[in-house]
Every structure is written in C-alpha cells, then in structure tokens.
Design a protein around this ligand. Structure first.
Ligand SMILES: C[S@@+](CC[C@H](N)C(=O)[O-])C[C@H]1O[C@@H](n2cnc3c(N)ncnc32)[C@H](O)[C@@H]1O
Length: 368
C-alpha cells in the first residue's frame, strides 16, 4: 500500500520500495471502510466489470505515480473530502459537491503537487502534522533517526521514575526547524526535554507554531524566527531561552542538497518545496558546492551555543550527544570531520547512524 510519502517527496534517495511506510492505522481503517461501502459513485464501484475510473485516469497523468499509487491516493483524497464534508455539515454548512471537490484535488495531484500539501497534513512517526506549501514536508527518515536519538538520550539517564533522574530538563535547539517536526517528536518521546526551533522562513515559523498549537505543546516547544548565519548571541537571544542561557544539545536537519543534485530532484519537489529548504550551499547557483555550508556553520557556533559538559553532568545529563544532524547521501564522513573540528574542540567523538533503509543518515557528536 502506498502512502502520501510518494517517490516525489522522497528526494533523499527516491527508492520506490520505500513508498507506503508512513500510513496510519487510522487512515487505513478509514480506507477499508470506504472501499467496502459500495455506492453509485464511480469512486467506490464494486461492479464485476468496473468502468475505468475517470479520476484515476486523471491522476495517472502524473508520471511520478504508478497505478497502485494512484489507486491508493484516490482513496485518500476521497476519504479526506468526505471527512471535510462531514465536518462542514456538523457546523451547519453546506459542503462542496463531493465528486467536484475530488476532481479539483485530483487535478492538483495530476499536475504534480505533493499529496501532503493537497490534504494539508502528513504523519511523522506517531504524530500527525500540518503541511503547507512551500515549507518542507517532513520525511519518514527524519522521524526514524530522531526517534533513535530520543531513545538514546532516554537510555543514558536513570529511570524517569527514579529520584536520580536529571533535575533540569534537557534544553535542545533545533536549527532549521521547518514544520517543527523534530521539536514536536523529541518532546513527545521524551518528557524531560524542551526544544526551541529556529527558522528564517516566516512561512515555516507560522506553520511550526500552528503545529505546536495543534499538538498542544506550547509549554515545551517554542518556534522562533532566526538565521543560522547570524551571530550566535543573536541566535540565543532570538531563541528567548530562559535567562538568555545556553543549551544542552543542538539538532538540525539543515538544507543539504548540492546544486548539481538539486536539478535531478523530482519535479514535485523542485516546483512545490522551497529551494531554500533544500539547497545546502544557499541559492547562489553559480557557486557549486558539496551542500555542506550549514554543517560548517554549526561547527563554528557550537561552542558559543552549548553549556559546558561539566554543567551537563552536574545536572544529571551524562554522556549524552551534544549535537546531532541529519545528512544527505555520501555526506556523513565529511560531516563527521567538520563536527570534529568544531571551534573549541567541543566535539570529541562522532558516530554515523543509519536510517530505516540502511543509508547513513545522521551524524551524532559527543564531547568525549
Ligand atoms: C531541510 S528543511 C528541514 C525542515 C525540518 N527540520 C524537517 O526536518 O522537515 C531546512 C529548513 O531550513 C530553513 N532554513 C534555510 N536557511 C536557513 C537559515 N539561514 N537559517 C535558519 N533556517 C534556515 C528552511 O526554511 C527550512 O525550513
């Protein structure tokens, strides 16, 4: 079964076999119900000799969709339209005519718009997050590696129910936060952390805040405007951390696609998702690079952002990673070198962690 995370949004390594691993049981159940409740509508026909479904024919004009993808995506679109109609009626409002509304959404998908933007949401690990063009659609690999990171942090401390657990929450700074997917996942998985997410896109800051509201996490997750290339003091000030203090850990899934690879991304990514969320050397195309500028910047400012290791240990946070960044294909070794040469020697040891598809996807750094 395919999911909204189609090949088109999986620019990181576009393997068709990865399609479909992001589907919630809830959505599947809804679809099962839909496909077994036959009606006169051509959307759910159970006739023994089915007519070609006109919506399916339109969807298949999108070259990124297989027939299987298109069949499943049509079901999701129908499901969404019905659920929206039910909500409108519950509010006493007349919903749009179902088949016309499905036709509109199908045409957008046929033109290549990612399904997540059309439906307005996506699953991210156990969470369901709002999506809005052009803010980057959170990827399942990101959910996987940041889940591993949260598990690693939790396993390094005393039981949460023990008196020996850390007295202070772990404060995390997420640079390039986008939809705030990483802060929301990390706080969801670890009740002992707080996260501030920074992004220089007003659209991302607005969407991140909408997600914080949706998941009612405003006590522990803040999303602020900020530029990774600004002075670290300004970054900390902009993050409005308690008492202007420093933080325990820096995490990031920064833009990392080199320009020469950007041109080969699926059209749905290039046309709909912001280039500034993707291009790792900035938007100045005439300066081809390896997509590593954000990692270089992070390694320059880490020392100014992080609390000293001694203080972390005193607070009960011993031997936890101090930095963790998602990386693109083939970048892990170079990013390890970049982080290990951080100013002030704050990263003494690094590891490369794999995503669920076996690709090197995250570089994690410890003080020692
Ligand atoms: C690859 S996206 C990651 C978004 C999110 N963390 C995720 O995993 O889905 C990178 C994000 O970096 C933001 N960004 C780009 N340049 C930036 C800069 N100089 N300072 C802060 N954020 C930046 C983009 O707006 C985008 O939201």
């Amino acid at each position: 079964m395919c999911s909204p995370s189609s090949i088109a949004q999986s620019f990181v390594r576009s393997s068709p076999s990865r399609i479909g691993r992001n589907v919630t049981v809830r959505r599947q159940a809804a679809l099962r119900t839909l496909s077994t409740t036959s009606s006169s509508s051509n959307l759910t026909s159970t006739s023994t000799q089915p007519e070609p479904n006109p919506h399916l024919q339109v969807l298949l004009q999108n070259p990124e969709l297989s027939e299987n993808d298109a069949t499943n995506e049509l079901r999701w679109i129908v499901s969404e339209v019905r659920s929206h109609a039910a909500k409108e009626m519950a509010r006493g409002r007349l919903p749009p005519i179902e088949d016309e509304r499905v036709g509109q959404l199908v045409r957008r998908r046929a033109e290549g718009e990612p399904l997540q933007y059309i439906l307005g949401s996506t699953d991210f690990g156990p969470l369901n997050l709002l999506c809005k063009k052009p803010v980057l659609i959170p990827r399942s690999e990101t959910a996987h590696i940041f889940t591993l990171l949260s598990q690693s942090i939790l396993s390094s401390i005393s039981l949460l129910s023990s008196a020996a657990r850390p007295k202070e929450p772990l404060s995390i700074l997420d640079l390039c936060t986008g939809s705030a997917c990483i802060p929301l996942l990390m706080t969801h998985l670890n009740p002992l952390c707080t996260v501030v997410g920074i992004d220089n896109s007003p659209a991302a800051v607005a969407l991140g805040n909408a997600n914080v509201q949706k998941l009612q996490m405003s006590e522990r997750v803040k999303v602020r405007y900020g530029n990774v290339f600004s002075d670290p003091e300004a970054l900390l000030l902009g993050a409005q951390l308690r008492e202007g203090g420093r933080i325990g850990m820096v995490v990031s899934n920064p833009p990392y696609i080199p320009y020469d690879q950007y041109q080969d991304l699926p059209r749905s990514v290039r046309v709909y998702e912001s280039p500034s969320a993707l291009l790792g050397d900035g938007l100045r195309h005439y300066e081809p690079g390896r997509g590593l500028k954000f990692y270089e910047r992070i390694s320059q400012v880490l020392e100014d952002l992080l609390v000293e290791e001694e203080k972390m240990v005193n607070q009960g946070w011993s031997d936890i990673p101090r930095v963790a960044v998602e990386v693109g294909l083939g970048q892990a070794t170079e990013v390890e070198d970049i982080l290990r040469s951080s100013k002030g020697g704050v990263v003494g040891r690094t590891e490369v962690w794999k995503d669920q598809y076996g690709s090197d996807r995250m570089v994690v750094g410890w003080s020692r």
